[in-house]
Design a protein around this ligand. Structure first.
Ligand SMILES: [Zn+2]
Length: 111
């Protein structure tokens, strides 16, 4: 059984293992990279392990919106999401990408 999730950038459904998971800590509102470690509880959002999606997701407030959830009319947002994301987190997310531009390593020495 494969659980699928939707990427916040491209909105495509993917297997959960192919996505980077960000979880907003229920108590502190801090957003963390969820690598499956226990102890993180809160709302999650997902991004493809593609640089283009990560860039797009980090650019706007998509992540914030996804983590805050739908706003209920007439009520203040129940969740607080620490935003913008910390530089440290952004770096961690980029490190999760599997298609980071590979510069050609085939540098055969020419004489
Ligand atoms: Zn995507």
């Amino acid at each position: 059984m494969l659980s699928t999730r939707i990427c916040v950038a491209c909105r495509l459904k993917k297997a959960q293992k192919d996505l980077i998971r960000l979880t907003c800590d229920y108590q502190s509102g801090e957003v963390r990279l969820n690598t499956g470690a226990k102890g993180l509880s809160g709302r999650s959002c997902y991004i493809c392990r593609r640089k283009t999606c990560v860039e797009q997701a980090l650019k706007g407030t998509r992540i914030k919106g996804a983590l805050e959830g739908r706003k209920v009319k007439g009520r203040p947002a129940g969740r607080s999401v620490a935003f913008p994301l910390s530089q440290q987190l952004i770096q961690l997310v980029y490190r999760e990408c599997t298609d980071t531009d590979k510069t050609c390593q085939n540098t055969q020495s020419k004489e």
